[in-house]
Design a protein around this ligand. Structure first.
Ligand SMILES: Cc1cc2nc3c(=O)[nH]c(=O)nc-3n(C[C@H](O)[C@H](O)[C@H](O)COP(=O)(O)O)c2cc1C
Length: 352
């Protein structure tokens, strides 16, 4: 067992939030972190057409693991092709009372109701500026819970992080800030994207992160707004956590309030991704997230139209060695289906 594997097993003995804190602290000291990022197989390299983002691997770290941009370099050295930090809000906020993070071990899932706990933009931007590395970094911005003007919060965040990030994500899909998902409604989304479209983005690509809990009509509305007031966007990230509680859940924690992520989110989030891809493929970049725990899962998102993917929850159970396994399995999937490069497989499952 490597030092990292031992650390992963020990950390699982702690309550989830303490485990997360201990992990970030260890990563900050460099404990168990590889000295440099691995060289990836060229077949994994992908360039996202609209944003122009060049990734040595399509497998990224999803937002929420490194909310304050403390350890992007360490996560890049575990092999992620890109790392998204945040969500950061303009002012620091404590988030919801603890406990607010639950492992559903039998279900390979997590429920969280963190509520955007973070140190605020000043701290985040200082950390972002200190990052020295080749792996692209995304900065995910949100609104303070007590804000009187949430759209203004997004503009503040966007303008502060854009000069120092490779891309920015506008997160309107956390279920843990009351009313936030209301920004996905047609009129609110139009107002948000009209205003953010006038913000100074420093030429950086901007993604919109959506929820998986969208019916056909809601998807149609978002597609319409993205093509109109949102045409300046680089693309979408599909998806955040779900409010749904599938019948299949076994864990004692299944009744906790919050967003569910991990294995039970894989199929529904991939369906929503495919629905967006059927409409927007070729016009906007698509990043798939939700339930990825293997190379086959990452490959399924790519076949459903994602040019790149992100994960978080599976790391809780598998540790950072997972990233390398996913790369090996993904290469195997590509080879088996006769694809030379990731880009060749993007959307391949949509015609079927
Ligand atoms: C503990 C936790 C905190 C999260 N915090 C954020 C966040 O701050 N911003 C965000 O956009 N997504 C956040 N997410 C959602 C993830 O980025 C991701 O979209 C979702 O968990 C689905 O991927 P997964 O099943 O691989 O975890 C969080 C997820 C978890 C588990």
């Amino acid at each position: 067992m490597s030092l990292t594997q031992i650390g992963t097993e020990l950390v699982k003995l702690l309550p989830p939030e303490a485990a997360h804190k201990a992990t970030i602290r260890a990563l900050k000291t460099g404990l168990g972190v590889p000295l440099r990022a691995p060289a990836h197989n060229p077949a994994l390299a992908v360039t996202l057409p609209k944003s122009g983002l060049k990734l040595a691997s399509p497998v990224g770290l999803a937002a929420g693991f490194d909310k304050n941009c403390d350890v992007p370099g360490a996560m890049a050295r575990f092999g992620f092709g890109f790392v998204e930090c945040g969500t950061v809000t303009p002012r620091p906020q404590a988030g919801n009372p603890q406990p607010r993070l639950f492992r559903l071990t039998e279900d390979r899932a997590v429920i969280n109701r963190m509520g955007f706990n973070n140190y605020g933009l000043d701290y985040f931007v200082r950390r972002l500026k200190a990052y020295r590395g080749d792996v692209p970094i995304g900065a995910n911005v949100g609104a303070n819970k007590d804000s009187s003007d949430r759209i203004a919060d997004y503009v503040t965040g966007l303008e502060a992080v854009a000069p120092h990030a490779d891309y920015v994500t506008i997160n309107i899909s956390s279920p843990n800030t009351p009313g936030l998902r209301g920004l996905q409604d047609k009129a609110s989304l139009e107002a948000l994207l009209n205003t953010c479209g006038k913000a100074d983005r420093d030429g950086k690509p901007v993604f919109l992160k959506v929820a998986p809990d969208l019916d056909a009509e809601a998807i149609e509305d978002i597609v319409g707004v993205v093509r109109g007031p949102g045409k300046w966007l680089a693309g979408l990230i599909v998806s955040n956590t779900t409010l749904a509680r599938p019948e299949s859940l076994k864990s004692d924690h299944k009744g906790e309030t919050g967003g569910l992520s991990g294995a039970p989110l894989m199929a529904p989030s991939t369906e929503v991704l495919a629905a967006f891809a059927r409409e927007l493929a070729g016009e906007f970049d698509l990043i798939g997230a939700g339930g990825i725990a293997s190379g086959a899962d990452a490959y399924a998102k790519i076949r459903a139209g994602a040019q790149a993917v992100q994960l978080y929850s599976a790391l809780v159970f598998e540790g950072p060695g997972l990233v390398r396994r996913i790369h090996d399995e993904l290469l195997h999937c590509l080879h088996t289906d006769g694809f030379g490069y990731v880009a060749d497989a993007v959307g391949a499952g949509l015609q079927a």
